[in-house]
Design a protein around this ligand. Structure first.
Ligand code: ADP
Length: 258
């Protein structure tokens, strides 16, 4: 793989899709990520756990280019995100979908249009192709009967399932999930997590998930990264992290949330 300046990138191992190298992010004098290193292989389902404020959402926002690191490099598919030409960032961004805690649907558009908008505008799909894709995705998330409604006519759980369909409509290689059930009433959480379990089981999309739902994390994750104060304190399979955590911070965190 090539760096934007044309040099081969020796650190891009086969299969590696995302790499953070010595990434530092500060807000004012608060260092949120401190020379963070980690990488994610293509097709893996990786879940970030750890106390609030440990920098997990910041990592997703950096990948989505919603924030910039102060130092270090982030590569996606061997291509650097920062610094990078606008055009290259747009190309990388097409490959990354994100679902937020607060759904962020377009309130003035019906469900179908929420999903077709970006594939038409960004990928250049025809209206018919985009609609066909949207209908398939609405079936996947169990909302085929709601395509003609506005977001405000749906429950929070339904809105979040539309947001998942909208992200998938771009056929991204990477799906970023940022505490997607945190804003939902408890009875609506399971429906959203079931949809995500299905997606994890039936697609080869790379998933990077921030969640406080430990049962869900255990079910979907190939790898868990335990964060504390902007560092990965421990990583491993779900079985290892939940079954025999090695680090005291992991044990403390899990005993507080489980
Ligand atoms: P987590 O997802 O692990 O809860 P975050 O990545 O959301 O952690 O936040 C890490 C720290 O960065 C928190 O202390 C938070 O207050 C701070 N932070 C995040 N975004 C901003 C911002 N835009 N301005 C100032 N501080 C921020």
């Amino acid at each position: 793989m090539k760096e934007p300046d044309g040099h081969a990138n020796p650190s891009a191992a086969a299969g590696e899709l995302i790499r953070f190298e010595k990434v530092t992010k500060r807000f004012g004098d608060h260092t949120v990520l401190d020379r963070l290193d980690f990488s994610v292989e293509a097709g893996r389902h990786v879940t970030l756990i750890g106390p609030s404020g440990s920098g997990k959402t910041t990592i997703l926002r950096l990948l989505m280019t919603l924030d910039k690191p102060d130092e270090g490099t982030i590569t996606v598919g061997g291509q650097r995100l920062f610094p990078a030409a606008e055009k290259q960032v747009r190309e990388i961004r097409k490959n990354i979908g994100m679902v937020f805690q607060q759904f962020n649907l377009f309130p003035n558009m019906k469900v179908l249009r929420n999903i077709t908008e970006a594939p038409v505008a960004v990928l250049g799909l025809s209206a018919d192709e985009a609609e066909q894709r949207a209908r398939e995705l609405l079936e996947l998330v169990g909302l085929s009967d709601h395509l003609d409604k506005y977001p405000s006519q749906l429950s929070g759980g339904q809105q979040q399932r539309v947001a998942i369909a909208r992200a998938l409509a771009m056929r991204p290689q990477v799906l970023l999930l940022d505490e997607v059930t945190s804003a939902l009433d408890p009875e609506l959480v399971a429906g959203v997590l079931d949809v995500l379990r299905d997606i994890a089981r039936t697609t080869d999309i790379t998933m990077l998930t921030v969640t406080h739902e430990m049962g869900f994390a255990r079910d979907i994750s190939d790898q868990i990264l335990m964060f504390d104060s902007g560092h990965v304190v421990e990583s491993g399979t779900a079985e290892k992290i939940f079954g025999s955590p090695e680090h005291a911070r992991t044990r403390e965190f899990l005993s507080a949330v489980l």
